[in-house]
Design a protein around this ligand. Structure first.
Ligand code: NAD
Length: 245
């Protein structure tokens, strides 16, 4: 479904991002994954050896315009284009408002929101020249409902939805589609490490009766990146088993 396309997936070393990287590679794309440290990037690449001619790993500061422009120039040098950008890197928060330090609030804004703006801006410049492209942001089900602790996290995801819808409108004329996937609770390492009873308790509140698998979330990213979604832009696609926080 993505043969000949080149994708950048931020936060592609593990969890949802790694599942997207694999899905895109299985579907013929060239993929550049980013991580926060060279060590985790290398670990991810080690698991993708069978695709070694089509996959690269880098670890730029996602909120630095100069680092991102240089990184994306490397991508186009290596593969000839940048067709798909997945803004997926993110951290969560659980602090109460009473203990939440302004520095921690700024930190989550920088990664979950500012980096989405910086990477989208750099990619859009390349995609406009190419005649089009696709940007997909990782939102969350909390972007619809908020959550009862760690208010910085849903605040960034509400803002990601706003960026998604606004950039879809601004970039449509340049044939750049912009969408978001809003996953529910997903069985990444963090969820897999929770006690079984806790996962069962969470699952019992979800109409489909279970948490999502990273591969199921990655399918939504494949659809939105592919030509099957050629008339879809500005969408926030929930993939959450109809969960409500
Ligand atoms: P994860 O912790 O397994 O992976 C996070 C990725 O982000 C890693 O590749 C990591 O290297 C990268 N990253 C973290 N800090 C970084 C930094 N400072 N600079 C650059 N990269 C950094 O997380 P995940 O659960 O797979 O989450 C991925 C995305 O999905 C996030 O945007 C998250 O908000 C969203 N999400 C996750 C869930 C869930 O249940 N797991 C649900 C909804 C939304």
């Amino acid at each position: 479904m993505l043969k000949g396309k080149t994708a950048v997936v931020t936060g592609g070393t593990r969890g949802i991002g790694f599942a997207v990287v694999k899905k895109y590679l299985e579907n013929g794309a060239n993929v550049v994954l980013t991580g926060s440290r060279q060590e985790t990037v290398d670990k991810a690449l080690e698991q993708l050896k069978e695709y070694k001619d089509r996959v690269m790993g880098i670890c730029p500061d996602l909120a630095s315009p100069t680092e991102i422009e240089a990184a994306f120039a490397k991508v186009t040098d290596a593969f000839g284009s940048l067709d798909i950008l997945v803004n997926n890197a993110g951290i969560s928060a659980r602090e109460s408002i009473y203990d939440y330090s302004p520095d921690d609030f700024t930190k989550i804004l920088d990664l979950n929101l500012k980096s989405v703006f910086i990477c989208s801006q750099a990619a859009a410049k390349i995609m406009k020249k190419q005649g089009g492209g696709v940007i997909i942001n990782t939102s969350s089900m909390v972007s619809l409902y908020g959550q009862a602790a760690g208010c910085g996290y849903p605040a960034t995801k509400f803002a990601v939805n706003g960026l998604t819808k606004s950039l879809a409108r601004e970039l449509g004329r340049d044939q750049i589609r912009v969408n978001a996937v809003a996953p529910g609770v997903t069985k990444t390492d963090m969820v897999a490490a929770l006690p079984t009873e806790m996962v069962e308790r969470i699952s019992s509140t979800i109409p489909l009766g279970r948490v999502g698998e990273p591969d199921e979330i990655a399918d939504a990213f494949l659809y939105l990146a592919s030509d099957m979604a050629s008339y879809v832009t500005g969408a926030i696609l929930s993939v959450d088993g109809a969960a409500m926080t």
